[in-house]
Every structure is written in C-alpha cells, then in structure tokens.
Design a protein. Structure first.
Length: 252
C-alpha cells in the first residue's frame, strides 16, 4: 500500500507549528518555566486546568514519569475529558457563569500558588473566569491559548475579554481558528487537528525550563521516575513523602 499523502501533510503541518512555537514563544516559555520554579522554591503549589480536549495537555504533566511531582490537576466536574455523557454537556458547562469561582473556592489553591490554564479559543466563560478569579486570590496565572481566536472571534464572557487578557504570562500555540490543519477535495469539512500535539509540547517545554531554572537555583527538581524501571517506585515514594503537603492527587 502506498503512503498516505494526508498523513504526511499532517506531520508537516504539526512540525511547522512546533517550529514556530519554538522560535517565537521561547521567551514566554522560559518566563513560564521561571515562574513555576520560583513557585516551587517559595513553597507554593502548582495546578493545571483545561476543559474538554484542552484538558489533555493538562493531564499530560500530572503524575507523569519525567515530570514535576508537584503539578496537580484542577478539575471541574463534567469538563475534564470526554467521558461525560452526553459529551456535549462538557461544552455547555464551559459557558456557565460562576462555575470557575465555585471550583476555585473549594480547591486547595491559595495565594502564592501558580495555575496553568489551557484553552484553545480562550473565549468561553470558564477559562476566562478561572483566570480572573485565580489572580484575585493571589495566584500567578499562565495561559496557553491561540491568540488567533482573540483576534478573530468574539468572547463568550460577559466582560468581552479572552483568557489572554487575564494572565501574567501568555503562551501562544499558533493554532488557526477551527483547529484543523488539512483540507482536500471531496471532504467538505477541514480535518486533522494539531492543538493537542502542539499544546502538549508547550507544556513539556515549560516543565523542562522549570527544571533547568530550579537546578540553577541549587534546588533538585522534584521529578518522578517511571515505575517500570528498577528503583522507580522507591524514588517516587521518597519524592511524594518529601512534598506530600503539595501533592493533592494522592488523597482520596
């Protein structure tokens, strides 16, 4: 069987986006990594949030081999992943006013912590209010979004603002409006979204920058090792014991 032209085009598109982000967002990624490292050094806690498919890059840095043990997933019931039925409910909840405030108020997040908010469009009430309320509580907010949406769509939040308007640091994923990289004759809708690939890469680059910054400050990064390599469970047990007051996914 011959190779798929569309598959190759998707790889090319994703690689092109990754190269753009690497070259154009390097300063912001370094700044986000420094903010994470500074939070860790100061005894603060780390959280990541995303709704729908934007939750996937958030989950990718939580309890992850090779990742920082201190990154916690901030969950909003019904919006994390696509396991809620009907799946459309998750999209509807992203537009509910007041939900973000209720979640933050009942979460362990407090002044001095850091929250990474991922939202491709950044236009719905949930991520906008999450950023606004987090900053009001004294958290530092890093937003990972596509600036193209803020420039080419209308906000669904009552303020008229987007996620990027309420963050201390903004990382632009460069994803085009609609999040589909390919078109071809015979298929009416554009297809092949690349936002998860690119956003996950941004998250991991940010974590790498944070680890580098911690080492520069003379602090051993609290990293997890794979449980599938010898000594991994013992290593992770020591890390989780040392930082147990800042790791919330261990508690039932």
């Amino acid at each position: 069987m011959s190779d798929s032209k569309s598959a190759g085009q998707f790889f090319d598109a994703a690689i092109g986006l990754l190269e753009r982000v690497r070259d154009e967002e390097s300063g912001n990624i370094a700044a986000a990594g420094a903010a994470i490292a500074d939070t860790v050094a100061a005894g603060g806690r780390l959280f990541a949030f995303g709704a729908g498919h934007s939750s996937l890059p958030a989950q990718d840095v939580v309890y992850r081999a090779g990742g920082l043990a201190l990154m916690n997933l901030l969950t909003v019931p019904g919006t994390v992943g696509v396991d809620v039925v009907p799946a459309t409910l998750g999209s509807a909840l992203e537009r509910v006013d007041g939900l973000a405030g209720a979640v933050l108020d009942s979460s362990p997040a407090r002044e001095g912590d850091l929250l990474v908010i991922i939202s491709l469009s950044g236009r719905n009430a949930l991520p906008v209010e999450m950023a606004m309320n987090a900053r009001a509580l004294g958290l530092k907010v890093v937003g990972v979004t596509s600036v193209a949406y803020a420039e080419g769509t209308r906000s669904r939040h009552s303020s008229g603002g987007f996620l990027r308007d309420h963050c201390d640091i903004v990382l632009d994923s460069k994803i085009a409006i609609g999040d589909a990289e390919l078109t071809t004759e015979g298929i009416e809708a554009p297809f092949a979204p690349a936002s998860t690939v690119v956003t996950s890469a941004i998250m991991q680059a940010m974590m790498a920058a944070a680890a580098e910054r911690l080492v520069a400050r003379g602090i051993a990064p609290p990293l997890l090792r794979s449980g599938n390599v010898d000594g991994g469970h013992e290593w992770n047990g020591r890390v989780m014991t040392e930082y147990r007051d800042r790791i919330f996914y261990r508690h039932g």
